[in-house]
Design a protein around this ligand. Structure first.
Ligand SMILES: C[S@@+](CC[C@H](N)C(=O)[O-])C[C@H]1O[C@@H](n2cnc3c(N)ncnc32)[C@H](O)[C@@H]1O
Length: 327
């Protein structure tokens, strides 16, 4: 399904993964332009409900345009899931969908500053009314911070020369446009080519800054345990990620929450018979699902997508849920 500008990825697979009940309440925590939300609504009955969340200012009007009384949109970070549900007096839910990253309209709008393909202000915020733009981050980050962000969030092996080049450029004048940054990176990478001409040299640096500015990994780590805490027994968690950093977080979370003691290796060594172990709160459903070749041909953005699915069991959540470090 497309609204003309965003082709929803793994649409059928992710909606099927939610195992929809006609009268269920579902959260689309990354509404975007509503492709997934519309597909869910189409399968729900009159008593079904979709709560949609997005921090992008354009998402609200897209939700209003759907004009469906069963849809409630809230502009928020998805880590604020509890606040959103509490404000709607919703306790438990039947499923949560996360379709991570940015939408095509975001990347294709030069003024949002996400893309090195268009010239625009170096912004990159999903919510331009909150937090620090990429230009502001570049202006204030230490060389070490720049290097770490580009290396860790961009998985860029040339992080150090790129960070040095950015620091040298900002000493001359502020780095405030996407073209400026793309040119600095291209020059820094120069002849140190990785032999991968399919990818623009700025791809990884732009990804890294976008993840940092939007705190994407921390948001994901916060929302997963909160989503599970809201699921009723049998409720589904479905997450589509687009790069290995996200997918690793989702995969580890599901693995830990599907293991006794939340997968805590210290407790796993305690000599207790399997039958006496507390049952885990989550069960992985199937293996990772990737898009078909036909979907990748039709929508190149789908190529890196991975869908992981889990089901809430009837077991109570451990007393320390969400696990330390994820709250
Ligand atoms: C890939 S798009 C979703 C597309 C949507 N499923 C569709 O079919 O139209 C991801 C969306 O999630 C939003 N988003 C990403 N991280 C977010 C967060 N932490 N809180 C709220 N919204 C977020 C982005 O603004 C973007 O609109």
């Amino acid at each position: 399904m497309s609204d003309g500008t965003h082709l929803s990825v793994l649409l059928e697979e992710s909606v099927a993964a939610l195992a929809l009940r006609e009268d269920g309440t579902y959260v689309d925590a990354t509404f975007g332009r509503g492709g997934h939300a519309r597909a869910i609504l189409a399968r729900l009955g009159p008593a079904g409900r979709v709560v949609a969340i997005d921090r992008d200012p354009e998402a609200g009007p897209a939700a209003a345009a759907i004009g469906d009384a069963r849809l409630d949109f809230r502009r928020a970070r998805f880590s604020a899931l509890d606040d959103v549900l509490d404000a709607l007096a919703i306790g438990q839910i039947d499923g949560v969908l996360l379709d991570l990253g940015i939408s095509s309209p975001q990347i294709d709008t030069p003024a949002r500053g996400f893309s090195f393909r268009h010239d625009g202000p170096l912004d990159m915020r999903m919510d331009p009314d909150a937090g620090e733009s990429a230009a502001a981050f570049i202006a204030r980050a230490s060389l070490r911070e720049l290097t770490e962000v580009i290396r860790d969030h961009g998985e860029e092996r040339l992080a150090q020369p790129i960070a040095r080049a950015i620091a040298a450029a900002r000493a001359v004048g502020p780095v405030v446009t996407t073209r400026q940054l793309a040119a600095i990176v291209a020059q820094a990478v120069g002849s140190r080519t990785r032999g991968d001409w399919r990818q623009d040299p700025a791809t990884r640096t732009f990804q890294a800054l976008r993840i940092a500015v939007n705190e994407e990994l921390a948001e994901l780590e916060r929302v997963l345990p909160r989503a599970v805490a809201r699921l009723r027994e049998g409720g589904r968690l479905a997450v589509i990620s687009f790069h290995s950093l996200e997918d690793r977080i989702v995969k580890r979370f599901i693995a830990r929450a599907s293991a006794p003691f939340g997968g805590d290796p210290r407790l796993a060594r305690v000599p207790i018979a399997d039958a006496d172990l507390p049952p885990p709160p989550l069960a992985a459903v199937g293996r990772a699902i990737r898009p078909s070749q036909a979907e990748c041909d039709a929508n190149p953005r789908a190529r890196s997508a991975v869908l992981r699915v889990a089901r809430r069991t009837g077991a109570p959540l451990p007393g320390d849920w969400p696990a330390p470090g994820t709250a």
